[in-house]
Design a protein. Sequence first.
Length: 639
Amino acid sequence: MDIHVSTHGSDHHDGTVGSPLATINAAARKARPGDTVVVHEGVYREWVKPPHGGLSNQRRITFTAAPGEHVVIKGSEEVSGWERVDGAHWKAVVDNALFRGFNPFAQVVEGDWLVRPTGDEPPVHLGEVYLAGAALYEVPSVADVRDPGALEDVVDDWTGIPQPGTGAPTRMVWCAEVHDDHTVIHANFGDADPRRELVEINVRRSVFYPEANHVDWITVRGFEMCHAATPWVPPTADQPGMVGPNWAKGWIIEDNLLHHAKCSAISLGKERTTGHNHATVRGDKPGYQYQLESVFTAEDHGWSREHIGSHVVRRNTIHDCGQNGIVGHLGCVFSTIEDNRIHRIALRRQFYGHEIAGIKLHAPIDVQIVGNHIHDCSLGLWLDWQTQGTRISGNVLHSNSRDFFVEVSHGPYVVDHNVFASPASLESFSQGGAYVGNLFLGSLRIEPVPDRATPYHRPHSTRVAGYAVIVGGDDRYVGNVFAGDEARENYRVELPEIATVGHGLSVYDGHPASFEKFMELTTSRSGDHRRFAGIKQPVMARDNVYLGAARPFEGEARPVRIDGGRVAVEFADGVVTVHADLPAAASRAETVRGPELGRVRFVDADFEAPDGSELVIAPVGTSPVASLPAGVSSTVVWP
């Protein structure tokens, strides 16, 4: 059955095409498995909280914009009654009844792993003010509204590289004074007159997000959604987003335009009962310990393939969010994230922490991240803990401070046929990865993590099999192209006792070149665990190509060194093109199968497809590594 919603309808109607409802929530209350809620053109200001889910992939509840119609769902309300205070300084008084018990201007951005560099910065709030769709900046006082000055440049804490998109002066700022029954919004609108422009403030935490867990098998399609006062979502807290399933199974989120979430747009994350900011609230143990506990607590709360995950997030455009485009701890398992464009994430830098990226996932077990375009973000893709069975394939990342960070994971995971074109291409604080057919234009950083033991799982399962620290290595590299250029503004750090940073696989020098050599080194020593102390894990590398400043691994088989030449990535008019000018062909297109990659050591698991069948890694579409002939060439890699 189709249930229709229109801005010209009434919630007293029956929901037919000739008698539509007025709100999406009224339709959600009426919808049952197999129904489709068709929303017609217009702006809907509500938090959609579906109380009912579907029963299977064939009997889901679908929410869709009517074909060819533009539907916008906003977490904001319009504010009028602006009064000029002085010059560009205006104020408006808002009745707190508008917030219905949740006032974002009284809620502080806070939680585990949020960083305040000096510890005494004024708090940042979940509230936001929008002028003609653009978000203003919060300042701490009315005096700063009158004379806001300019934003300071912000430098990435890890790389020392200035963040893209920051440092521009602005006079478009706001602050709020919250009282018991009203809130006063002060804003500097520059040359704009708020009485003649659309001015909105966010008043709702989410836009499309159930209040209950286990509202399964829902499709959300074709909407523009924006202006959500979403909170900071570390992996040790409840993780609400502007849109998301809230600890459920089988959602499809597709073909949407999502923007201006205060923190995160799409959440595939965990819920509150598995822990909520205990490190910050209690202060008795580090967040790492609480995160470890949450994994075991989640098992007790039904974290399994049968009840959680298996979502599909595809063909969405996500931009201008403060923390993440897509986020999720535990709840993302067995999902597919494909063909999304994610950009301008965490560039405003009004707050900062260790959970920020275009896509930031913890425990992405068997998650497939395929064909996404991630650019102009503080960090592009960050996979943290339990990256096992994960495949990162055919993605294009550029113009980020850093492209890809995989942290404290044991594998097996596969990274194939991606373009990593930012100054810092790869940071691996993990082990057990297979990298096949990628193009790396920036630097690599390799770092062991001997002080944090993290879990690993039975293959294709959430069941914990053990845990271990990160020794590093146990990686495979086949047929990649490394085009490091020392003249670029590449990521350079001097951490000789902690990390190895460079261009190409020379960062692995000192590792044995085979598992057999590793076993020879360890079995020649006495003791149990002591015989492994100080012995680096093996690295298998073959048939990789090195240009410019990039250098091969000393134990590599058949490396190809090309002197001279140029490879660059251009993004113009919505198209990403890899341009090359090479004296010799750099193509290394081949199909690699799981058995030839061996097993990963700690997990004792093979490289397999998510269903346990043989993994086949073949060149993806217009893979640039398959298209780098001698001479001048141009290859479109997005869309």
